[in-house]
Design a protein around this ligand. Sequence first.
Ligand code: AHR
Length: 328
Amino acid sequence: MFKRISALVVVGLAAMSVAACGGGGSTTAGTSGGGDSTITMGFSQVGAESGWRTANTKSVQDAAKKAGIELKFSDAQQKQENQIKAIRSYIQQKVDIIAFSPVVESGWDTVLKEAQNAKIPVILTDRAVDSKDTSLYKTFLGSDFVEEGKKAGQWLVEEYKDSTDPVNIVELQGTTGSAPANDRKAGFAEVIAAESKFKIVASQTGDFTRAKGKEVMEAFLKAQPDIDVLYAHNDDMGLGAIEAIEGAGKVPGKDIKIITVDAVKDGMQALADGKINYIVECSPLLGPQLMDLAKKVVKGEQVPPRVVTEETTFTQEQAKQVLSTRQY
Ligand code: AHR
């Protein structure tokens, strides 16, 4: 187990051999490497709620293996209490570094303070926390979710630029309290606010899952007689909603225009098929950058406080062109 040089100086070799005993854990997976120089990372994942998340988990596990980092992985099943438990267990196990994707933004200060007191650095990946004390984590690697929401809004403004009629929008939000739900909502709302014809007539969480997306869209269709546009905070909810729209005898992509976020393969297929109109990309392939940052942090090197993922957008034509080579 690799310990930071400063820790070596202060604590000495005896303490290091105690730290080297840390291991086990109920949800360990994807270990590799071994020996005294191996970095051990405790990683608390949000869950397995979407195609994006599955691709993200694979990216993290594959990258750890490639980088020779021993990964202790746990799936929090979309529950903050499970993530807090996992982080405390990583602290007890004296891992070299903790990385996690916080299910919601609030309520992390206490456990992050515990990691800081134990001198275990933390990297936020994919989602942010709203802690005022930014010394509680070394860096935050992930997308700019506000920007993603803005891109969705900009497409809509352009799509309806020649129309003066009211545009009724329903919104499927991500997990309540999560950074992508808060930020994608805010970015979208900011852009469409410029024109009064755009009206969000219903907005509810679909928890980033296909099943919930379908269920909530069914309710929207019953309550709202005239829906022009669906804005779904991820592909999975959009795909669930497509089933509900077809079930109601309407044509997705035509009777109701659909904008989603992520660009996973199933979403891109629906875009190429004309059932989705526009997708804003959110890349789940964070593993390699995360492992690079982790190595630097463990060595005590400076890293930027924020690393923003590069992303694009896709129209139906663009989806047809890239679909066959889409990795996830
Ligand atoms: O935090 C990223 C979001 O979480 C993805 O857009 C969504 O699909 C996932 O569940």
